[in-house]
Design a protein around this ligand. Structure first.
Ligand code: ASP
Ligand code: MG
Length: 589
C-alpha cells in the first residue's frame, strides 16, 4: 500500500490534474490518494470569509471567483455523466457555502469554528473532483475518519479515535481511494475541524502510519529538498536522501517542502517518505528514510535559512547562579504564544539570548520587562532588549555527530569572509548548528557555506577589476583564455563580477561574459568614481573576493582600506582539508 499526497499545485490546474491522473492510474499496488484544495483556494476561502465578516459586499465576487475556478477545472477535464454528476455535487456544496458566507455577512462575525467549516469546502470539493477524474477511484469522506481533540485551543489529531477508523475503512482496500487532506472533525462534537494550514501532508502521514503503508509519497511542485534555498544559491541541488531527523531539521524553517508534523507518525513506523515533483515525475526526488546513504566527504546535508529573525537578550550579573530565571523567561513567552526557535546562554549565566520572529520581539521585551520588573528595579537584571532584522542560518546533517571540525570550519569560513556571528547554538544531538547574523549578510553567508561544504567540484574566486588599460586588458584576456582550463583542470572558477574604467562600470554577480566585456562596459551608463565602485562592491557582498587595481590612480588606492574591511580574505586551506583541491594559498586582497 502506498499513500500519495497531492498538493495544491498538483491539483491546481487542468494540466496538472492530467499529470496526476496518469501518475495514479499507472499504479499496480493499492493506493490512497490524499488531496489538497485546488492551489490557492484555501487562501481565497479565508479572504472571502474575512470580507464578509467586515461587511464588504464584494465578498460575493470573491465567492463567484471560487465557484468559477472549480467549474473551469471540471469542464476542462470531464464530460458526459461524470461531468453532470460532479457539477451537481459542486453546485449543491457551494450553495451551502454561499449561505454560510451570507450568514457571516449578516451578523458580521467570523468565529474560529465557522472558519474551520468554511475552509473545509476546499478539500471537500477537490477530493470529489479528483475521485471522479481518476478512473476507478472511490471517494472517502475524511471528516468521518480523521478525528481531532482540542488541546489548549488547538485541534490536534486524536490518534486513539483516528487509527481504528483508518484501519476500519482501508483494511481490505484494493485499487484507488481518494480523500481530502487537512480536514477532520472533533471526536466529541463532530464539528468540522482541520489539522492546520498545510495539513494535508499530515493527513497522508497519519493514514500511512495507521496502515503501516510501504511508502508515503508527497507529490508537490519542487524536485525535493535542496541543499540550500535555490532563490539565493543558483548552484543548490536536490538532496537524494535524508534521514528522518535531517528532514525534520530542514523543514523546520526555510524549506517549505513538507509540513513539519508530517514526519513524526511515519518516523515512528519507519515508513519512508519520498518527495516527488508532479511537474517532473521522472526526477528521482528526495527519499527520507532510516538509513540514508552518505556521500563520502560530505558532512552536512543542507542549509536552512530564514531572514525573519530577532534576538531578545536578558542580561544581568544578578542572574548568575540563580535558579528559575530561564523557567520564568520561557513560561512568560509560552503563556503569550511566542514561539522560540533558538536559545543561547553563556556558561557564566549572565545573559540569555532567544531567537524569535521579528514580529514577536517587541511584545516579548514588553512582557519580559513586566515579568522581571522587580529584578530590573533592583539591578539584578540590567537590560532586556531586542535586536531586529537579523537572519538565522542552520547547517544540518547527522554525520556532524562526533565529527570534529565541522563547527570549526563553519565559523572559520564565516570569519574569513567578514561575516559576523551574533549568536549561535548547537544542540547536543549535533545534527544542527544554527547561528544568527545580520540580514544583509544572509546571502553571502549561505554562499560561502554552500561553496565550502557542497561544491567540492570547484572553488569560486570573485574578481573586481578596475582599470582596463594595457595591463587590465591583458589580465582579462588571460582570465578569459584560462577560465575553462582552470575550471576543468584546477577546479577553480574565476568569476569577474565587476569591471570599471574611469568613466563607467559594470557588475554581475554571476560573472561578466568576458567575450563581450568591452561592449558591455562601453554600453554602461553607470558612472564610475572610486566611491561608487566601493559602494557597489560592498553592496554586492560577494564571497571569496579579490579587488584588482590596474590603474595608477591615487584615488583608487585611497579606497583600499575601507574595502579591505568589507572583502574577506581568501581562504587559507588548513591541513585538515589538504585532500581538497588546493588551487591557491593565502592570497590577500
Ligand atoms: N489546503 C490547505 C492549505 O492550503 C491544506 C494543504 O494544502 O495542505 O493550507
Ligand atoms: Mg496547500
Amino acid at each position: 500500500m502506498h499513500v500519495l499526497k497531492l498538493g495544491g499545485t498538483s491539483v491546481g490546474s487542468i494540466a496538472s490534474i492530467k499529470n496526476v491522473k496518469q501518475i495514479v492510474e499507472s499504479r499496480n499496488e493499492p493506493v490512497i490518494v490524499v488531496v489538497s484544495a485546488l492551489g490557492g483556494i484555501t487562501d481565497r476561502l479565508i479572504a472571502t470569509a474575512n470580507k464578509a465578516a467586515a461587511g464588504d459586499k464584494t465578498f460575493e465576487q470573491e465567492f463567484e471567483f471560487i465557484r468559477q475556478r472549480h467549474f473551469d477545472v471540471v469542464n476542462g477535464l470531464l464530460d458526459g455523466e461524470d461531468l453532470t454528476a460532479v457539477k451537481l455535487f459542486i453546485t449543491g456544496t457551494l450553495d451551502e457555502l454561499s449561505n454560510i458566507y451570507h450568514g457571516i455577512y449578516l451578523i458580521r462575525e467570523l468565529s474560529a469554528k465557522t472558519l474551520c467549516t468554511v475552509v473545509s469546502y476546499g478539500e471537500r470539493i477537490s477530493s470529489r473532483i479528483i475521485a471522479t477524474v481518476i478512473n476507478g477511484a472511490k471517494w472517502v469522506d475524511s471528516r468521518e475518519i480523521i478525528k481531532t481533540v482540542n488541546v489548549y485551543g488547538k485541534n490536534v489529531c486524536d490518534f486513539d479515535a483516528t487509527n481504528p477508523n483508518v484501519i476500519g475503512q482501508f483494511a481490505d482496500h484494493k485499487g484507488i481511494a481518494v480523500m481530502g487532506g487537512f480536514i477532520s472533525s472533533d471526536s466529541k462534537t463532530g464539528e468540522v475541524t482541520n489539522l492546520g494550514r498545510g495539513g494535508s501532508d499530515y493527513t497522508a502521514a497519519i493514514v500511512a502510519a495507521a496502515l503501516n503503508a510501504e511508502l508515503l509519497e508527497i507529490w508537490t511542485d519542487v524536485d525535493g529538498f535542496m541543499t540550500a534555498d535555490p532563490r539565493v544559491i543558483n548552484t543548490a541541488y536536490v538532496i537524494p536522501e535524508l534521514s528522518f531527523v535531517e528532514a525534520m531539521e530542514l523543514c523546520n524553517f526555510g524549506a517549505k517542502v513538507i509540513y513539519p508534523p508530517t514526519i513524526f507518525p511515519v518516523y515512528h513506523k519507519n515508513i519512508p517518505i519520498v518527495i516527488k515533483n508532479t511537474f517532473n515525475p521522472d526526477a528521482p526526488g528526495t527519499l527520507i528514510h532510516a538509513n540514508p546513504k552518505h556521500v563520502s566527504g560530505k558532512f552536512i546535508k543542507g542549509i536552512s535559512s530564514i531572514n525573519d529573525t530577532a534576538l531578545v537578550t536578558i542580561s544581568g550579573l544578578g542572574m548568575v547562579g540563580v535558579t528559575g530565571v530561564n523557567k520564568r523567561i520561557f513560561s512568560t513567552l509560552a503563556d503569550n504564544g511566542i514561539s522560540v526557535f533558538l536559545v543561547s546562554q553563556a556558561s557564566s549565566e549572565n545573559s540569555s539570548t532567544i531567537g524569535m520572529k521579528n514580529g514577536d520581539a517587541d511584545r516579548a521585551v514588553e512582557i519580559l520587562r513586566r515579568e522581571f520588573a522587580k529584578e530590573l528595579e533592583f539591578g539584578e537584571i540590567n537590560s532586556i532588549t531586542a535586536e531586529h532584522d537579523l537572519a538565522t542560518i542552520a547547517i544540518v546533517g547527522e554525520r556532524m555527530k562526533q565529527t570534529p571540525g565541522i563547527a570549526g570550519k563553519l565559523f572559520r569560513i564565516l570569519g574569513q569572509n567578514g561575516i559576523n556571528v551574533i549568536a549561535c547554538a548547537q544542540g547536543a544531538s549535533e545534527t544542527n548548528i544554527s547561528f544568527v547574523t545580520t540580514k544583509e549578510s544572509l546571502r553571502k553567508a549561505i554562499n560561502v557555506i554552500h561553496d565550502s561544504f557542497f561544491l567540492w567540484d570547484y572553488n569560486v574566486l570573485n574578481i573586481f577589476l578596475t582599470g582596463v588599460g594595457l595591463v587590465g586588458r591583458s589580465l582579462l584576456e588571460q582570465i578569459h583564455k584560462q577560465q575553462e582550463y582552470l575550471l576543468q583542470h584546477r577546479n577553480l572558477k574565476l568569476c569577474v563580477v565587476g569591471l570599471s574604467n574611469s568613466r563607467h562600470c559594470i557588475f554581475n554577480r554571476d560573472g561578466i561574459d568576458l567575450a563581450t566585456w568591452e561592449e558591455q562596459l562601453n554600453a554602461s551608463t553607470e558612472p564610475s568614481t572610486p566611491e561608487i565602485i566601493r559602494e557597489k562592491i560592498t553592496e554586492m557582498n560577494v564571497f571569496n573576493a579579490v579587488f584588482v587595481d590596474c590603474t595608477a590612480s591615487a584615488e583608487i588606492a585611497n579606497i583600499y582600506e575601507s574595502m579591505l574591511q568589507h572583502i574577506g580574505r581568501l581562504r587559507e586551506l588548513p591541513p585538515a582539508e589538504a585532500h581538497r583541491p588546493q588551487t591557491w594559498h593565502q592570497i590577500s586582497v
